[in-house]
Design a protein around this ligand. Sequence first.
Ligand code: ADP
Ligand code: MG
Length: 649
Amino acid sequence: QASAPGNAKGKAKVAGGTDYSADEDFPWSAGLKAKMKTVFGINSFRLCQQGVCNANMDGRDIVCVMPTGGGKSLTYQLPALLNPGCTLVVSPLIALITDQIMHLREAGVEAVKLTGATPKPEAREINNRLLAMAHNRRAPQEKEIKLCYVTPEKIAKSKSFVAMLQKLVDGGQLARIVIDEAHCVSQLGHDFRPDYQKLHVLRQNFPRVPIMALSATCPPKVLEDLLRTLGMKPVVDGTNAKPNATVYFSAPLYRKNLHYTILPKPSSTAAVIAAMKDYILEKHPNQSGIVYCFTKKDAERVADGLLEQSGGKIKTGVYHAERKDADKEMLHRQWRKGMIQVVCATIAFGLGIDKGDVRFVLHHSLSKSMDGYYQESGRAGRDGKDSDCVLYYRPADFSHLSAMMSGEREGATKLHAMLHFAQDLVECRKVGFAKYFSHSSQVSMSAWTTDDSNALAPCGHCDNCTRAADSFERRDVAFEAWQILKIADAVQHTGGQLTLTMLADLARGNGGGSYGVGGGGRRGKGKSREKETLDLDLTVVCGGKVELKKDELESLLVELLVHRYLVEKYHQTAYTTVVYLMTGPLALRLTRIPRDRVKTDTNTPKIECSFLKAIKKTKAKKAATGLSKGDKEAGKRKRKTPSSDEEGD
Ligand code: ADP
Ligand code: MG
């Protein structure tokens, strides 16, 4: 029973490659299962765990994408126990590392951590133990270190640590390098960390040590970036893994216990909070949840507002980067115990949250990217039970987000994908995610579901799948788009620039077509605050004002942005960034068509928008709380039978 690398037997050997997903065919299969049971108390593999463990035992480079809570840790911890030597794990946060070590130690596994915060004497001791392993002179009573966790800066900044690793490698005692949360390598991901980029030294210095990259969100561009940065070969599928390639595994990212809904966001702060309060009290009283906010201030406001508006019924806490570590820990603890029901947080509240029964994740604003939204909303329902993910969306939020993201690489592209998803009233959310995560991918739709043919089948339980056909309308708005672009053009010709809200107001004829030019430092330096007011005769420019409601018009503007009829122009002032909308590369396609022919010309590009129909007062509350099916814990809340005026609609 030799277990040389690549020596897979039986049916696991498929044409040209190895099928690592095959069961029981490998020399180590029985050993893996036994250890899994005795050490971790786990009886059977989940998702693609088995394949990953097999490829791991076979010494391959691996990329493994599994949803949060899927069980990625086991795929390196278990093989680490069977392989000789030590497995190095790079993880972004000390809190995450501490948590892992605690669990491992409880299971009797010898695991250590080396971070910037490790006290010197302890670090020295660990170092000595590793050196003893490297030189094969470990004292018999001393346990072999099976897993060594480090933060990336240890690799990036500590030459002596890298030198020590070299000794481990020379002594044949570095079994594998694992990079957890590997999307942090890429600026295109949602959680870029500069120290992760320096991890390229690992492959450079230790070309023979297999690398494993783990993530829950790795769209194709991030994957490419990650492979390049870490010096890994292109990927092949784990069911037919050719030699000399990185073996790729993915588990279905789609989680059917999560029910996605996007709701129109009221324009006043108090009204948004009121909607959230109603939602929580009605649908999830006394259940744990998270409200993600874009800024620290928002998080504070929402936390105060929910507590106050609910008359103290909803206990809230605030989490963001500037809170003290001790406060963060306390909050986490109180939340886990249920003393705090809802954590209002920025995305700083993320990695390392380990609470299974989060029944709802609300988004007070859009996320910065689809990756971010998937991760953040995915903190709901880790225990597999039904949970709700609700995003409050209004197009006007675009300006603020876009400004905050203006410095980020591909920030606009990421935000557009998010906007596209949020604006969509038709396509199933599962399908929307699937398309996003597999766009132009080598890796196919299997990243999203186990079975390719299923990836594009609607989920049947998201807002768009359950939306009544008569609750919205899809309209041809090519003419309105034409008007908007004409207005934007005219304004640009006078040297003016307009934000989304300003353009929307102007187009609807508010202020009779006046708008300011200059100001904000555009013109002469000395009098940068002075504004000159110009008038635009909408009748002359585009045949009159645009006949759309405010929300509709703002939606259309976002649609035009996403499709490059309009583009962002960032203007930096001393205090802030302002985002103006300018005509984009595709605008001419529309504006070159004469006004009287826009509606009839066959060259007019198709521009359609979905608009929600105004809802009756009686239904407004129902809409704001997004009550839908899909919550099987209904016993805990009152469910009224629909009154007659709500029926038949
Ligand atoms: P991830 O890193 O993918 O987010 P973890 O590795 O932290 O997830 O695992 C999440 C939880 O699932 C852990 O509590 C772990 O013990 C548990 N788990 C992992 N694999 C299995 C399995 N095959 N069966 C049951 N529980 C598992
Ligand atoms: Mg993990």
